[in-house]
Ligand binder design. Sequence first.
Ligand SMILES: *Cc1c(COP(=O)(O)O)cnc(C)c1O
Length: 393
Amino acid sequence: MSETWNTRTKLVHEGTRRSQYGEMAEAIFLTQGFVYPTAEAAEQRFVQAGADEFIYARYGNPTTRMFEERIAALEGTEDAFATASGMAAVSGALTAMLRAGDHVVSSRALFGSCLYILEEVLTRYGVKVTFVDGADLDQWRAAVTPGTKAVFFESMSNPTLELVDIAAVAEIAHAVGALVVVDNVFATPIFSRAVEQRADVIVYSTTKHIDGQGRALGGVVCGTSQFIRKVLEPYMKHTGGSMSPFTAWMHLNGMATLDLRCRAMADSALKIASALEGHPKLSRVIYPGLASHPQHGLAMAQMGSGGTLVTFDIAAGKEAAFRFMNALEIAKISNNLGDAKTIATHPATTTHQRLPQDQKDALGITPGLIRLSVGLEDADDLIADLQAALAQA
Ligand SMILES: *Cc1c(COP(=O)(O)O)cnc(C)c1O
């Protein structure tokens, strides 16, 4: 609505559409279809729908559109398309832009389902994929070719919180004409404006920080209007991965507090990481906001924060890690992230269970590794909970 608005104002007001009733809260239009005043109007809408005209919820819906406009304004992209899940966003963005014979370069440290799409699905349709160590710019340089159509990476990796230098990889990719597709979930749209570092397409699982309360599965793809409306929308609307208006409505409510929540979580994450660093039962504490993180400088330049997750390694291994998790009282054992509730995950036996041991080793997923998604509880209470549980480990 206003170019001059700062983030928190956009998160409360941007994209709001009011009906003739002037409702204060964002309305939920729980409708799949729309009534046309005349047969001529229906014909015209199928030729070219106007900005405030809808045809079918798989193509678009007023509540979903509000969410798309709000997130595009936050991200600083021209447009956005909301999807049924984060995976619908990742697979939609990549499948819509690629065809047989194209080449993709991707970082190796990926969310399991993203790895499946690149390794299993795209290759099945004749797309060639090269994996690199995302933090090693020489590997990106060596891997791109004039046939490379896209590069893909998570700007902060799961679960070892390794960063990719978005601007540097974008320069390498753009030199061969490849699009830069970033999964920005761990970095959050609050701390990372990937588009400012010249990313072309930014995808989120909105299930995480954007919903923020672990209620709804959703996703979104942000990019230029040319990419979103001409490349992605035709693919999504015909293949059926659009977001439900109910989910969009929950996300609109969640976004009003997104900035406050992410900052509060990151403040607590830094306190927790600082309190745990050097603990005798831990062999390492990984948090990009700590000066000891090898990419601390890049994290500060790219995100201005270490983010909302802390990862640490219980030196004595799996049994000790399980004793630690079972002794937690406030933090819950689960595998979501970005939730108001603090969540502890044991990647080696859950999210990354299926990875062969050599890949676990390569990604640093050790038997004692714990990923903590820091929630909105009091930081001192969380530190006391973690320290008491560590005493049991
Ligand atoms: C959760 C997640 C996804 C998948 O999102 P869903 O909403 O679960 O489909 C993709 N990438 C990353 C980094 C994630 O954390």
